[in-house]
Design a protein around this ligand. Sequence first.
Ligand SMILES: *Cc1c(COP(=O)(O)O)cnc(C)c1O
Length: 482
Amino acid sequence: MSRVPDDVPEQSLDPKDWAELRAQAHRMLDDILDFTQGLRDRPVWQPVPRTVREHFCAPFPRGPQDLESVHREFLDFILPFGGGNAHPGFMGWVQGGGTVEGMLADMLAAGLNANLGGRDQAPLEVERQIVHWVQDLFGFPSTASGLFVTGTSIANLLAVLVARAARLGLEVRREGLGARAGKLRAYASTGAHGCIAQAMDLAGFGTEALRLIAVDDHFRIDGAALKAAIARDRADGLEPFLVVGSAGTVDTGAVDDLTLLADVAAAEKMWFHIDGAYGALGMLSPEIAPLLKGLERADSIAFDFHKWGQVPYDAGFLIVRDGTLHYDTFAAPAAYLRREARGLAGGSPWPCDFGPDLSRGFRALKTWFTLKVHGGDAVGATIAKSCALARHLERRIRAEPELELLAPAQLNIVCFRFRAPDADRVNAGIVADLQESGIAAPSATTINGKFAIRAALFNHRTEQRDVDAMLDAVLRFGGNHS
Ligand SMILES: *Cc1c(COP(=O)(O)O)cnc(C)c1O
């Protein structure tokens, strides 16, 4: 009896000792739960020491290392030096705090190693269910399409591409931008996020095809200026095709008059897109929802579950009223992606038909767990709480002669500064002091040409005592600087 000469020896990357792996896995889970439970006792952020940075200069590992010691490195060199956005004292940029349930769901999703590009599988039903929930929340028809993406930056880009196809026809996919495309113009306020201009760039129009319209005293798009700009462009032989409303601007939390924008878009036959990166989920709060009136009239809305929705990163989302047009903008036949009536290749259309991502993670699962475990009302209540905290902060700033309010709280963002002769320098110092102290981490921006300390209250863990601790520290550090 001769052995088959080319028998391939068994070898996989699964654990050799499952019992040992299991014990270590439970320790890892306990460690990260301890971290989350004890967040408040840690600094919000601390600078990454040089020795820690140097740790990441080790060469590519060709040999094995046991899981326990790799995890030890995580605990020593990574965990303490994160960006801090899970911490209740984090008040910078626009970042959610994450949920424990979302974290656990992400582990389950990784365990399944689900690829949500397509195919006939229950994980896609989870994503489809969330599409239906979003349709209901925003008052969109059941024919609207929805898609998880990394974030609102990409969702805005996809929306611009759908709007481009709506205006130029699907030929644009084959022929590229022709002469007519050079005449197309889009409109958003000066408060719009920079990714709108970037989307215009990436879609081939160029950033100058985006008109940035002045804002009013409340940092909302100026309707008269918008109409004038559109009329001027038409008179010049240009073709207005897209208006982008902001539902919560990044600097001040301003919500454009969405009803006005819907009216303008309807009258001018333009696509109406909303960047609702964080603000759109304000629909979960009965207190905030009325501010978003007109949202239900948009052609498309981009938003993130990972900001006010608190789902762990990343979980961006795009919903498009005309699901057929959305499909037609991206779907591309390929023999290796053939759809069948039976078998695993069933269940068409697939998410890969609605955007450029073919391999896609199971972002829907951490969103599903977060929404189901807590319920939309509780998430909405934390959204309303963050707005109440912003109003508290605003009241304290107004009452404090050493402080100047630069932008009132529209939602959950407050911009202010410490009064000082050399205010820009002093306030930049205060922000850095705050971050390095580990007490709180606001960020900075410029409001009407003035350097502003920007407190953006997105984390569901942030309470009044955290906001007060931040403001007390501003007064203390401000005193040291001036
Ligand atoms: C955060 C944000 C974006 C970008 O979203 P990402 O998820 O970071 O890509 C766009 N617009 C606004 C108003 C934002 O707050």
